[in-house]
Write a protein that binds this ligand. Structure first.
Ligand code: HEC
Ligand code: HEC
Ligand code: HEC
Ligand code: HEC
Ligand code: HEC
Length: 316
């Protein structure tokens, strides 16, 4: 240790100080500096333990209240004091509240604890829009179009087979049919007229006063994640319904976000779904030899084995 600019007396004083102050310091580990404290997740006490304790305490309080009332009753009997007047109606209720403050406090406390518990899980769901089902500017029914009339999904969402986005059809596409179909089974011409208004169509010609139909977007992955429809629909051969639910049964305003669209959802499927056409897809012939060497011929070749869990495939 290099020479210090303190005298021996000062050193003694410092040591004495440390001794006195040190004995005041808390015993045991004080956070990460206090020794080898592992950083563990604080799981906390389960709310249900708390609720049980509170319930038991409330019961004890009620039982004690009964005993007290009984004792008072006995005292009055002994001293010949008349019993209190029996109250009725609103007065009785007020009196009940006045004499059961502890019970009411316990109920409120339990309500608070349960509320916090539920609230915690509600917060954990933030950012997950599963089942989001907004109202749309035109009462469009997938049940009529994709279900009853059996129009192929990709007739309207033509991007799904060849590009990243499936896309929403333009009003022009609707006109392929609604040029002629001017009334619907439920709303008559009221809803179909909105298509005409968007295109400024007067029944014979298009005007200049067009304004796009403002469909409310339902699915919306954050920008940090990359998802490609063609890869899943055309290469992966996954049916739209696997990710979007029984769309052909969704009636007016019933289109919704069927899947959670979380990272865990993507990963789970990549872990369990086999890559289709491994053996007959030219692109995979070479690749397959390597994989077979690595995982064996019989192994299930799931998406994770071709890199489906690599961060950079979905984030870049
Ligand atoms: C006649 C055209 C048409 C057909 C056929 C059609 N859709 Fe749609 N689809 C639309 C329109 C218009 C919207 C926007 C209005 C809405 O959300 O209801 C839409 C919305 C959607 C959405 C939600 C888009 C968003 O905002 O996130 C999905 C998913 C979808 N369609 C899937 C399908 C599937 C799967 C099929 C086949 C079973 C299908 N669609 C058939 C026209 C069509
Ligand atoms: C391939 C043909 C076709 C296309 C394309 C098409 N529709 Fe339709 N649409 C129909 C048929 C058929 C009906 C039902 C008519 C009936 O049953 O009376 C219908 C009915 C409707 C109705 C009436 C609902 C009711 O019950 O009143 C609306 C609104 C509608 N379509 C909106 C759209 C919109 C918006 C688009 C474009 C995104 C579109 N359609 C594209 C064929 C089509
Ligand atoms: C593997 C799951 C999966 C399959 C299969 C799938 N989708 Fe999607 N779809 C998604 C996800 C995830 C989004 C959200 C994409 C985003 O926000 O970038 C989406 C969004 C959409 C949208 C909203 C507009 C857009 O392009 O973002 C439409 C419409 C749609 N899908 C239609 C279809 C149709 C039609 C098919 C079948 C031909 C299909 N999807 C197959 C997962 C899937
Ligand atoms: C229903 C099952 C399923 C779901 C859900 C799913 N995928 Fe996939 N995904 C596949 C399959 C199958 C393939 C393999 C396609 C192929 O053969 O290239 C694939 C391939 C991919 C690839 C290419 C991987 C590679 O190594 O070539 C990316 C990137 C991808 N998915 C992203 C996503 C994202 C992002 C999500 C969630 C928003 C998602 N996937 C949800 C089934 C799924
Ligand atoms: C198959 C596709 C896929 C793979 C592989 C993947 N992710 Fe993700 N990741 C997603 C999607 C989709 C989201 C957005 C989900 C959401 O908003 O809930 C996401 C979100 C995230 C987020 C943001 C979370 C948030 O709360 O906003 C982080 C950080 C992340 N991923 C890290 C990683 C890391 C690190 C890896 C590699 C070990 C990885 N991801 C691999 C699809 C993927």
């Amino acid at each position: 240790m290099p020479a210090q600019s303190v005298t021996d007396d000062e050193v003694k004083a410092i040591l004495a100080y440390i001794k006195v102050e040190g004995s005041k310091a808390p015993k045991g580990p004080v956070g990460p500096i206090g020794g080898d404290v592992a950083v563990t997740e604080n799981k906390g006490t389960s709310p249900w333990t708390l609720i049980t304790v509170i319930l038991v305490l409330a019961l004890i309080a009620m039982a004690l209240g009964r005993v007290k009332a009984g004792l008072q009753h006995a005292m009055r009997e002994k001293e010949g004091i008349p019993h209190p007047v029996v109250l009725e109606g609103a007065e009785a209720r007020k009196n009940w509240i006045r004499s059961n403050k502890k019970l009411i406090a316990a109920i409120l406390l339990i309500g608070f604890v349960v509320g916090s518990y539920k609230g915690w899980y509600a917060l954990a769901d933030i950012g997950i829009a599963q089942d989001y089902q907004p109202e749309q500017p035109i009462k469009f029914s997938h049940k009529i179009h994709a279900g009853e009339d059996k129009i192929a999904c990709v007739y309207c969402h033509s991007g799904a087979e060849k590009s990243r986005h499936a896309g929403i059809p333009s009003a022009n596409l609707c006109m392929n049919c609604h040029n002629y179909i001017k009334e619907g089974p439920k709303y008559g011409d009221a809803e179909i007229k909105k298509i005409y208004a968007a295109l400024d169509w007067n029944g014979t010609e298009y005007g200049k006063n067009t304004k796009p139909i403002q469909w409310t977007k339902i699915h919306n992955l954050p920008d940090l994640a990359y998802f490609n429809h063609a890869q899943h629909v055309t290469v992966g051969k996954i049916a739209c319904q696997t990710c979007h639910g029984p769309v052909e049964e969704y009636g007016y305003d019933e289109m919704k976000q069927f899947a959670p669209l979380t990272m865990g959802w993507c990963i789970d499927c990549h872990r369990t779904t086999e890559v289709p056409g491994m053996k007959d897809n030219g692109y995979y012939t070479e690749f397959h030899k390597k994989l077979a060497a690595k995982y064996g011929n019989e192994a299930k070749l799931t998406v994770d084995k071709i890199g489906g869990l690599e961060c950079a495939r979905c984030h870049y």
